[in-house]
Design a protein around this ligand. Sequence first.
Ligand code: AMP
Length: 604
Amino acid sequence: MDGKTLEYKGEEALNELEKLTAKASDIQESILKEILKRNSATEYLSKYMEGSIDVEKYKKTVPVITYEGIQPYIQRIANGEDSSVISGHPITEFLISSGTSGGEPRLMPSIAEDLDRRTYLYNLIMPIMNQYIPGLDKGKAMQLLFVKSEMLTPSGLPARPVLTSYYKSPHFSRRAAGSFNDLTSPTEAILCPDALQSMYCQLLAGLIHRHCVLRLGAVFASALLRSIRFLERHWPDFVADIRRGIPGSIVSDPSCRSAMTAMLDAPNPLLADEVQRICSGGSEEEGRSWRGILRRLWPKARFIEAVLTGSMAQYVPALEFYGGGIPLVCTMYASSECYFGVNLRPLSDPAEVTYTLLPNLGFFEFLPLVSWPARRSWAKEDEEVVDGGMLVDLVDVKIGACYELVVTTFAGLYRYRVGDVLQVAGFHNQAPQFKFICRQNVVLSIDSDKTNEDDLHKGMIAAKKLVESRDLLLVEYTSYADTLTIPGHYVLFWEIVSTANGMNTMISLDPKLFESCCIAVEDSLSYVYRRCRSKDKSLGPLEIRVVELGTFEALMDLFISQGGSINQYKTPRCIDSADALKLLNSRVRACFFSPHEPAWSPNM
Ligand code: AMP
């Protein structure tokens, strides 16, 4: 990948994609050869490879690992030892993953050229979109992007989230002007370390440019929704700023202030009136609610872009509510370990989204999850050690089968289990297209039951149907294994709003409805859960605790105050921190329990 590849546009980018996917097998092999050529002399690889760069030997001898397998090496480099412990090229920074090990964040190695790889993938997105929605280069994008503060390792290397690294890089600041890169947000606002000011300035900039915004988005749907809800509560401040032509006192960071002052330029009562009318009104048929507000505020927006798959899928109804029919688009799949791929059919429904892994970004292998999805069990469920011989190459995965993604990167991860479960939905040329199923990281367990994120999500879908039939929307949820009761039981914290009378209306809670939600969730949980509950009696009735509006924002604030990043933030689907639990419990409006045991029969 050379400098030329950084600025792919239109046709050229699409041709490149065709070539890459047509030769996925050859490209994967040459990527692995290149990684071995560069890194076989590292301490880590030479233990297994003894200097060899033979691809078959690699697949036979190098173990499949989780973070624990590489953590000691990473720690040594963070403490000052040479990068050659794991990488043939200097490690320039560590990327803080949202995955944790033993409560600690995971640090992923990164080398200078990784920024080229990330930029390369970003530059493919708009040419793909432009095939379906032309003319996107004729206006601006309101992309709400956030950084978080970074730290230095004892050896002086930066450790920060991957998006912070990217937004602070010259690859982002020196992106070609115009074309698809014209953002409403001033760079000063994106780089502002104060998340609230950053959000305020970016929303204000989006409103100022409302007539030329062609697309809206954030990296994760959660950050976008948080911003919309902030606007919903504080829109009069934005109107006042636009009317006076001066940013409000919340904008105190000097560089943000000067950027926003320049952007506001002069009092604009016309624009202020427009925004005021839209935010205060809503149409009669919308019940004067914020339903469809995004379409009214940004009338030329052609799509809303955010990650809406995996744990973000729960935000789809809320974004549909605010979006008023603007298509929701998921464009890419990436992580701190490695960027993976793109969605070649970006206008597909979020529930149908597939990602095509790009064979030149890293070496990808797949651990088959044998009885998945029928029985939702892992191939080697409780085993730490996975036989490397079980792994399948990128082009050899089978349609319909589920796999855990395993990566080998230039920066020094070798056969590393990412923890994501993917299902093969089809192929584009030789390259498989994957549906993101879940991340293997959330497990509720009280007895022999084990509930992962995907199981929980299925339960939520069942219960959501019941609340939605009453014009209520489940906007956020998390769970907790309450083992203080005897027997222990699952607790779900729910934040719900009324869609009929506007998002901020206080709703009355019908016990019958919420009891039927409890049982709907339990009925859709796993066989073992239902057996524990109905036969073994080792689990008590599932409980739903409905919390006050804004509780999950307060939860997000809590995690951010403890060092989390706003744009990598994902609501934890299971709470294990005492602080977070205290916060949730302090805001409970009402509790409801399953009125009877879930259906269970020994024959499944
Ligand atoms: P992080 O390492 O904190 O950047 O988080 C990366 C993880 O976020 C991935 O391993 C996935 O579990 C999740 N993720 C990233 N992109 C997507 C996507 N498009 N759909 C679903 N989950 C995603």
